[in-house]
Structures are given as C-alpha cells and as structure tokens.
Design a protein around this ligand. Structure first.
Ligand SMILES: [Zn+2]
Length: 501
C-alpha cells in the first residue's frame, strides 16, 4: 500500500482524560501501511513528504472509525420474517426467519455499517446448527466476508449449553408443547446442542486460523446467564484467563432475566458471575439494562465494560438503561446497534443520536449525556471492548489508520452557527450521506458512495435472487413451530413477577 496523507480542516484525534474532545485544525495524518505514522499541520507534513497522494482536503472533518460494539446478523430479523416482540417471545418468533447465505448476509450489514462510518464490528455469532466442523465453516463464511470487504471484526461464537428457548430446560419446554409439535422442536433444538467442549474447540480453531490476520480477532461470548450452566460459566472464565481473549456477555437485558437470576442465584446476576471470576477488565456486559446501583458499583470496581444497545432495548421492550448512572459510575460504556437500529438498519450516526436523545430525564439539573460522551462511547470505549484496544478508536501515531472523512458542508448546509462545537454538530446533524471516505487499516474501502472491493448492487441482487422464492420445507416447518411455540412461551412467563426488587 502506498503512503498517503489524510487532510482535513479538523481532525478529532480522541478524548483527553476528562473526556474532552481533542481537535486539531488544518492538520493531516500520514499513513504508512496500515498505521498512522505522523500527525501534524498539513503544511508541515506536505513539506516533509512531498508528492505523497492526498485524501480529503478542504471542508472535510476526520474522526476515528466508529465501533459497533454489539452485532449479530446481516439482514434484520424483521426483513427475514420476525416482527418486533418482547425479547423472550422474540426467541420463538425468530423461528420463522428465512435462511440466508452467511456471506451475503454479512456483507449486507457490513455495507450499512461502513457507509455510516463504522470501521470495526463486534460480531457476536449467536447460533449455528451442526457439529464443530459445520459451525467453523459458517464462521469462516462470515469472517471471509469481512476480510473481503476490508472491515475490521472482533468475532465470537456464543457459548451456550442449556435453556435454548425459555429460561428453563429444553425438555421442560418441549413437554409444554402440543404433542404433535414436540418431535420437530426436539429435533430443531437438538441441532444446536453442540457440546461445550466443541464450542470451545470452535474458538481455538478460529484463533489458530486467523492468528496472523491483522483485521480479524477472535474472542469469547458466554451467551447469557440463563444459557450457561455453572460449569460453562467456569470454563468461559478460565478460557479468557488462559488466552487473554476478551469476553462479551449478554446480561440483564430484560426484567425477566433479572427475575431468572433471582430464582437461580437468590440475588444479582452480576454478583453471581463475579463468583466465577468473569467480572474482569476483559469482560463487556451487553445490555445490562436491569443492573442495580450495587451492580454498577461492582462493575466499576472490577473495571469491566458495558455495551449500551439503545435501539434494541426500545424495539424489544427490554426497558431503558440508566445511561447517566453508568456514565456517572465511570464505567467504560460502548454503543451497539445489536440486530437492528430504529430505522431497521445499521446506521451508527443514528444510533449515537438516539443515545444522545433518549437519556434526557425531566428536571433542569438532571444529568444527560453530552455529544462528546456519546462519541467517546462509539470510539474509545467501543475499542476497549475488542481485542484491538488502544490500536483503534482514536487517531494516534502508531495506531491503526481507521479513519472516517465527513463532508462538513453536507452536515452544515445551508448554515450552522459556528459557535456550536464540532462534536455537538456531528452527533446531532450528521447523516450517513455525509460520510464520504472510510479508511480501514490505511486502505480506502468506501469512497463517495462506492465500496472499493465489492459491488453493493451485485450483492443486493444476489440476496434478492436467493430469497425471492417460496419457503423451503425446513422454513415452512419452522413457521409452524414458531406459531406453536409463541403461546407456550408467553404462558411460561405469565406468572413471573418482573416488578420485584
Ligand atoms: Zn445481542
């Protein structure tokens, strides 16, 4: 890769220790290979590196590549046939989803993410049927897609060894179904019953395969408290300790999960996983919507991270995280779009605006997040939840050159009062159309609406060709399973007290 200069009117390099944005005027970044080799005044870098090709220029603002710290699938569940439901019912509703090729699926949302300035994704692969070889094969298709489009990914295959449909044993659930629905459901759930040792085998195999790939890292995802036995919680903690791999764990996403934790542990899910040594700086809790002040204090004490999934919590009726309490506790908090944002897409600019706007309680003195706090969530704090850590999420000499160039005229046309700070304007007004150029590892992967390595229109056409057909027999059977399961799942939770303290 040839050296290049990224030039902008203003470069946001990151945030200082107090969280204030650090912005350089009329500056440039010298990119050598996949890293930033120098940062300085444009004229100085031009003089010192004559003839170096330039990207950006006047009327551009450069920011660190954004990090979508919680992502699962490409085409959204809604697109694939599952309407929004409260999470526990949604697990049943999702049975109706169509099948789609994992490579096409991954590329679909990678296009959306990159076009909104996302350069790194935390891809949490929730479930895949079959044996270890089949799961590794599916993971390889996903990782290959990210590699081909040039997007940085932190990937994990979720560890899960129980309670695959409700917060109780699979056998309990199957027995609750009408007699003729039991055998198909048992066969379906059995397809996802890969032994825990083999799930760990998937992690180890992928880590070996991708050990030398700079844009791909493999980490661990203990799926959620209800999905893991005590033995599995223990093994996840030991695996992270042994390998140093970070972990991302859904926890306390809904009030039903809080009640499940109370029934299983007699207390708090956060305190419980701490007993297994899971609560370390290597852990990120996904959602954490129902954490108590004591949970937050323990999280802060242990140095663990949180990932806020704002749109998802709204769409699945999960509840609203007290983001202001999280920020006040000093917990590094990332931002994730999860399965889909408020527009049923993966627009990180929109998700930041949602996080900025949702957490504004009444009262003149009530705390609300600032635009700088939200952008820090989507950059520096998101980075901390991935194995790339300090190498991404900011623009620093020696760090990876993951850079987004924003057309500032497009953000501010026809007028924006200059007294309002750049970060405030960016988070409140920038739409994905203003994202002009995206570099990942020093390479331009998106420029003026075009992806440089893969043709988006061709992939969209291939997705349409693949899905524009009647249901396969397996899909038709799953639609029937979803219809049979939904009322049973609803009934299972009907007497759960979700309002107890
Ligand atoms: Zn999730």
């Amino acid at each position: 890769m040839t050296d290049k200069l990224v030039v902008a009117d203003r470069i946001l390099t990151g945030f200082d220790a107090r969280g204030a944005p650090e912005i350089l005027d009329n500056s440039a970044l010298l990119i050598v290979g996949d890293r930033i080799a120098a940062i300085g005044p444009t004229e100085t870098l031009r003089r010192d590196h004559p003839g170096t090709p330039e990207i950006g220029g006047r009327d551009y603002v450069a920011i660190p590549g954004l990090i979508n710290a919680h992502h699962h699938v490409g085409l959204t569940p809604f697109q694939m046939g599952a309407t929004d439901q409260p999470l526990e019912l949604w697990f049943a509703e999702r049975l109706a989803m169509r099948d789609v090729d994992p490579r096409l699926d991954t590329l679909f949302s990678a296009f959306e993410m990159i076009a909104s300035g996302v350069t790194t994704v935390q891809h949490l692969h929730s479930r895949a049927p079959g044996d270890q070889t089949a799961v590794v094969g599916r993971a390889q298709a996903i990782l290959g897609a990210y590699q081909d489009i040039g997007m940085r990914v932190s990937y994990s295959f979720a560890l899960r060894d129980q309670n695959r449909m409700i917060y109780a044993a699979d056998e309990t659930f199957i027995e609750m179904l009408p007699p003729d629905a039991r055998a198909p459901m048992a066969a379906y759930l059995g397809g996802f019953a890969l032994p825990l040792d083999d799930q760990i085998g998937v992690f180890r195999a992928l880590r070996d395969i991708w050990a030398d790939a700079p844009g791909i890292a493999i980490q661990i995802a203990p799926a959620n408290l209800h999905w893991l036995s005590d033995a599995a919680l223990e093994q996840a903690a030991r695996l992270s300790e042994e390998t140093g791999a970070p972990m991302h764990m859904h926890l306390l996403e809904t009030p039903y999960q809080k009640e499940y934790a109370r029934r299983r542990t007699g207390g708090s899910a956060v305190e419980y996983i701490d007993q297994f040594g899971l609560l370390t700086p290597r852990l990120t809790i996904g959602h954490g919507t129902w954490m108590t002040p004591d949970d937050l204090a323990l999280l802060a004490e242990r140095g663990a991270c949180l990932c806020h999934n704002c749109s998802s919590n709204l769409r699945l009726k999960s509840g609203t995280l007290d983001l202001n309490a999280v920020l006040a506790a000093g917990i590094p908090c990332a931002l994730g779009i999860d399965e889909a944002g408020i527009n049923d897409d993966r627009d990180m600019l929109q998700e930041m605006r949602m996080a900025l706007t949702l957490h504004r309680p009444a009262g003149h003195d009530a705390k609300a997040p600032t635009a700088a706090q939200v952008l820090r969530m989507a950059t520096q704090h998101g980075a901390a939840t991935t194995p790339f850590g300090q190498d991404i999420g900011r623009l620093a000499v020696g760090g990876l050159a993951d850079i987004v160039l924003v057309d500032w005229k497009a953000v501010t046309q026809p007028w924006q009062d200059p007294a309002i700070g750049m970060v405030d304007v960016l988070i409140r007004r920038a739409r994905s159309g203003a994202v002009k150029t995206v570099l990942i590892g020093g390479e331009v992967v998106f420029d003026r609406g075009q992806f440089t390595r893969i043709d988006r229109d061709e992939i969209h056409a291939a997705i349409n060709r693949a899905l524009n057909r009647p249901d396969t027999p397996a899909e038709a059977a799953r639609r029937e399973m979803a219809a049979a399961a939904l009322p049973i799942v609803r009934a299972f939770y009907s007497d759960w007290d979700i309002h107890s303290e």
